[in-house]
Design a protein around this ligand. Sequence first.
Ligand SMILES: Nc1ncnc2c1ncn2[C@@H]1O[C@H](COP(=O)(O)OP(=O)(O)OP(=O)(O)O)[C@@H](O)[C@H]1O
Ligand SMILES: [Mg+2]
Length: 247
Amino acid sequence: MIEFLDLTKTYGKSGTMAVDHLNLKVESGELFGFIGPNGAGKTTTIKMLTGILTPTSGEAVIEGISMQREPMKAKRMIGFVPDGADLFDRLTGFEYLNFIADIFEVSAADRKARMEKYLELFELTGDAGNQIRSYSKGMRQKLATIGALIHDPQIWVLDEPMMGLDPRAAFLLKEEMRKQCEAGKTVFFSTHVLEVAEKLCTRIAVINKGKLAAVGTLEALQGQEHAESLEDIFLELTQKSGDGESE
Ligand SMILES: Nc1ncnc2c1ncn2[C@@H]1O[C@H](COP(=O)(O)OP(=O)(O)OP(=O)(O)O)[C@@H](O)[C@H]1O
Ligand SMILES: [Mg+2]
């Protein structure tokens, strides 16, 4: 379970409010999609959720534990795939995964089993012995994804996870996201691929200019906005809020 309580982030002296009093609750077992225009505040929200950024005010609560008050405890429960994962170039895939497993104190047996399973699943087994600097963008993305699952986290957070993945890898990732939710985990991800959000998510939140523009199941959003596709809903909501703000 994830809760955002009045989560707010203002950057620098300019006072740009990247995330503006965000209140949202995501239940366990949900596959939750976070969509919004460029600069809407998705990555900023995710960075506060994962403890990378300190909120200006408010907090992110994971399984009842505040990321801001008890970061070490909260971080243990999260697996995070950032956008454009910046990995350690000189480590091999195996070394990287072992490093992450060490940080999360994963037992030898568990890490071996999970490494084998996920390297096989994402078709990276043959490359795991090579240095990361020899990896393509998609291979890096896959390795970061496996690294985020190595401690079997209760909460899986992904920032634009489909970026750079080929169609087959994207399919495999979507399947894994579904499986995690079926196992009672919470998956929270941002995406610009509306078809993915449409097909995959239990609920979707639309964020615009740091504010929650709408949240609900696809059906609920369709009813609310009198629109068929998520694309229409997205355009309608982001247009509307934009107009409101500029007036
Ligand atoms: N480090 C930073 N310093 C100053 N402003 C920032 C910083 N990071 C983000 N911002 C600003 O905060 C706002 C939200 O940015 P954010 O990266 O959260 O958007 P996003 O929804 O993830 O966008 P995208 O879809 O392009 O990834 C933007 O106005 C951006 O310019
Ligand atoms: Mg972003």
